[in-house]
Design a protein around this ligand. Structure first.
Ligand code: DUT
Ligand code: MG
Length: 151
């Protein structure tokens, strides 16, 4: 995969272990992210994905579990033709604590996947299926909102 470093001080995307699906991306900035706030953060890299693939930007589970750091539009979509800097819209989901990020910290991970590129043909009817138009919990088994002891 061809990759450009737009910020020479930032390491290339790294696959920490051979076979890892995600390659980690780093922040180009120091950042204080208060509880509930979001910010678009540069990663200092640009890539040339092959047509027929997509880059998906996922959060890192450790930061999510330890600090509540996530990504607003997870997974972010990197189109094959995109040549700009990959950016990450970080959000602090912790209810009270500020998250401190330093330049060079690994803040997200990039996955590259094959993707279908179908054309769309308008029709009057779609074929019947067992699910039909049922969705949004139609099969049951949802969690109950509120306190189950009350009422
Ligand atoms: O987390 C992300 C998501 C997107 N992008 C870049 C690459 C992607 O190819 C482009 C457009 O993304 P998307 O299609 O999700 O955003 P949009 O709001 O639809 O913008 P556009 O009108 O440019 O497609 O922005 C990122 O750098 N990081
Ligand atoms: Mg778009």
């Amino acid at each position: 995969m061809r990759v450009r470093r737009l910020d020479p001080g930032i390491p290339l995307p790294t696959r920490v272990h051979p076979g890892d699906a995600g390659v980690d991306l780093c922040s180009t900035i120091d950042l204080e992210l208060p509880a509930g706030r979001r910010q678009l953060v540069g990663t200092g890299i640009a890539i040339a994905l092959p047509v027929g693939t997509v880059g998906l930007i996922h959060p890192r589970s450790g930061l999510a579990a330890r600090a509540g750091l996530s990504i607003v539009n997870t997974p972010g979509t990197i189109d094959a033709g995109y040549r700009g800097e990959i950016k990450v819209c970080l959000i602090n989901l912790d209810p009270t604590e500020t998250i401190h990020i330093s330049r060079g910290d690994r803040i997200a991970q990039l996955l590259v996947q094959r993707v279908e590129l179908p054309g769309f043909v308008e029709v009057d009817e779609l074929d019947d299926t067992s699910r039909g138009t049922g969705g949004y919990g139609s099969s049951g088994g949802h969690a109950i909102l509120g306190d189950p002891q009350v009422g």
